[in-house]
Design a protein around this ligand. Structure first.
Ligand code: F6P
Length: 549
């Protein structure tokens, strides 16, 4: 016990038992585990919704899983889960409820925050979004000159960009192909320039997405976009038909000059990185249509319900969270790879980086003390086959343990036909081959048996024992995307709960923002910035010289 009466995580008997168990398993190879349990391949699997989850290629036994569940029990993961679903203020440092699950709750659900049922508000905004999306898609909403809207540009950053940008890529084959949809996030003017240079302003709708409506990158880009539009259309009043806002901050939206009638609201109990199924998804909804968007929400809800009600033994987010903890805390794994075998999921891992790393990249526990255990891993990865020809070498034969999620689909998207459709089996052959190679490797004996020269045997040997999860679904649909995202959201939740950190704040991004504001006048005006360190000072001077200032 500490002075505050709490037992530190790494002093619990459950933690100690896992550490001891890890030592006992130190020399165990997946080859042995599979040899000892013929049913392991089909047995170590779970199904949630459309997702078939195979965890057989993990360095675990039934005993490992039991001990991990005991750790979850001891840290009251399900207690915190229930508090989250109930709308309690589990984001302790910001004193906020955490209710992204309310964004996909059915119309008749009752979820209260401060005594108010928030579900009617959620559905009112969804209905308003649907109406607007339909009007844009049908051509009923026209621009200032009466032209039909053909281009939609979402301006936002972080959670106000990554979710819709990722989902737009994932669901491209479900989008209205006559609409051009782009995403601008970077304050580098090149981003907005490239996104707009071939567009007709009279046909372009800007969606300014910002929870706070104070984020400097977004407000700067939004101001430039407004300038681009007003210059071209020659009339300030054009803004009304070409700008809408997604925000929690009506005052700032009005201050920017967007009519709050054209604002789609969300609330402080929706974290930025958990927000793309809120109003933040408007660009996506315009692209895929309200019905597909609601199918996606149904997918989220399905996994929410599973996480809320499934027993520990079959609870998939719990399992994935605990497996991550097993490697992060008991195998010293520093990172976690997410490797989709779908071109459409090309931005999925980038999305997960914010979800996971902004949530669990923390060294201070909920009790305000520094943790004495590892927290969130580095999350990384790109579509699988491309990775195979780039960095998989390190996963197979490097000195670091990198647990990886492989995500694949039985069917290619419906749009693919002929030879392109036939290529899918080759894609998936790679998918299955990789997890097999990672788990079982290739022994020196097997290499020798191929007649390899002795001096090359070590180089061509694969130790194997590299753990992977395989997530397989029939097809990548809006609902399946919702299921996948909710699965990772809740996995991240489980880990934060065990590590006793607040997964819903993000104080770590503040310092850089403050310093950028302070440094800017030094760049533009050569102003003396008090407290600037010698290195940064010299760099700023070099920058000014290079710019001829
Ligand atoms: O700086 C980090 C962050 O606050 C993220 O958490 C958030 O998703 C992003 O900035 C954008 O914030 P906003 O939606 O308020 O513009």
């Amino acid at each position: 016990m500490n002075a505050d009466g709490r037992t530190r995580l790494n002093q619990t008997p459950e933690w100690t038992a896992l550490a001891k168990h890890r030592e006992e398993l130190a020399d165990t190879h997946l080859r042995e585990l599979f040899a000892a349990e013929p049913g392991r391949g089909a047995g170590y699997t779970l199904q949630v919704g459309d997702l078939y989850v195979d965890y057989s290629k993990h360095l675990v036994t039934d005993e490992t899983l039991r001990l991990l569940r005991e750790l979850a029990d001891a840290t009251d993961v399900f207690g915190l889960r229930d508090a989250m679903f109930r709308g309690e203020k589990i984001n302790v440092t910001e004193d906020r409820a955490v209710l992204h699950t309310a964004l996909r709750a059915p119309r008749d659900a009752v979820i209260e925050v401060d005594g108010e049922n928030v579900v009617p508000k959620v559905h009112a905004v969804l209905d308003k979004m649907s109406d607007f999306a339909d009007r844009v898609r049908s051509g009923a909403w026209t621009g200032h000159t009466g032209k039909r809207i053909k281009n939609v540009v979402n301006v936002g950053i972080g959670g106000s960009d990554l979710g819709p940008a990722m989902a737009y890529e994932v669901l491209r084959s479900f989008t209205d192909r006559d609409l051009t949809v782009r995403f601008v996030s970077n304050v580098d003017g090149a981003d907005l320039h490239e996104a707009t240079r071939d567009l007709d302003p009279a046909e372009t709708l800007f969606i300014i997405a910002s929870k706070t409506f104070t984020t400097i990158e977004t407000i700067t880009n939004a101001t430039s976009a407004r300038g681009w539009l007003v210059d071209a259309l020659g009339d300030d009043s054009a803004v009304a038909k070409h700008f809408v806002a997604l925000s929690t901050n009506a005052e700032k939206v009005a201050e920017f000059g967007i009519d709050t009638a054209n604002m789609f609201e969300f609330w402080d109990w929706v974290g930025g990185r958990y927000s793309y199924d809120s109003a933040i998804g408007l660009s996506l909804m315009i692209a895929i249509g309200p019905d597909r968007f609601r199918e996606m929400l149904d997918g989220f809800r399905l996994v929410d319900e599973h996480f809320r009600t499934a027993p520990a033994e079959t609870n998939v987010p719990l399992l994935l969270g605990l497996l991550g903890i097993w490697y992060d805390n008991f195998h010293d794994a520093q990172s976690h790879a997410v490797l989709p075998y779908s071109h459409y999921l090309s931005r999925f891992t980038a999305y997960l980086q914010q979800l996971d790393m902004e949530s669990n990249g923390k060294y201070v526990a909920r009790d305000g003390k520094e943790v004495e255990w590892q927290t969130g891993p580095v999350v990384w990865g790109t579509p699988g086959t491309n990775g195979q020809h780039a960095y998989y070498q390190l996963i197979h034969q490097g000195t670091k343990l990198i647990p990886a999620d492989f995500i694949g689909f039985a069917e290619p998207v419906a749009e693919l036909s002929g030879e392109l459709r036939a290529q899918h089996d080759l894609l998936m052959a790679n998918f299955f081959a990789q997890t097999q190679a990672l788990a079982f490797g290739k022994t020196a004996e097997e290499v020798r048996a191929e007649g390899v020269a002795e001096e090359l045997v070590a180089h061509k040997t694969f130790q194997g024992n590299r753990p992977t999860t395989t997530i397989l679904a029939r097809e990548l649909t809006p609902s399946v995307l919702g299921q996948l995202v909710a699965l990772y959201e809740h996995k991240v939740f489980v880990q934060g709960a065990v590590w006793n950190i607040d997964s819903f704040d993000q104080w770590g991004v503040e310092l850089g923002k403050v310093l950028a504001k302070r440094v800017e006048p030094a760049l533009t005006e050569g102003a003396e910035v008090p407290g600037l360190d010698a290195s940064t000072k010299a760099l700023v001077a070099k920058y000014r010289a290079l710019r001829g200032r």
